[in-house]
Unconditional design. Structure first.
Length: 101
């Protein structure tokens, strides 16, 4: 009985540790791209991800697009606009790797 409990404990520990690298990578990616969280929380209220994948604009054009959204009622701080434009220009710019559909 004791060895069964020990085996179960070891199995749980191994399975937990197996998922750790992907969790760390996801947290590291979020830390590197702080604008992603802002885009997800602000833009996905009205838009789907297809809009971002299809536009392929540079950072300056994304910023202009975001300011057009401000003109249509979007309420974002200058810092949020900067973060979103930086993220979108990097991840969905003309030279960014295209995500599979």
């Amino acid at each position: 009985m004791r060895s069964l409990v020990l085996r179960a404990t070891v199995l749980v520990a191994v399975l937990t540790l197996a998922g750790l690298p992907s969790a760390i990578a996801a947290n590291a990616q979020e830390a590197v791209q702080p604008g992603r969280a802002v885009v997800l929380s602000k833009c996905f209220q009205c838009h789907t991800d297809a809009m971002f994948r299809d536009q392929r604009q540079d950072r300056q054009a994304w910023e202009a697009t975001i300011y057009r959204m401000v003109g249509r009622g979007g309420l974002w701080t200058p810092e949020e606009i900067r973060l979103m434009a930086d993220y979108l220009g990097t991840e969905f710019g003309p030279s960014a790797r295209r995500a599979p559909r």
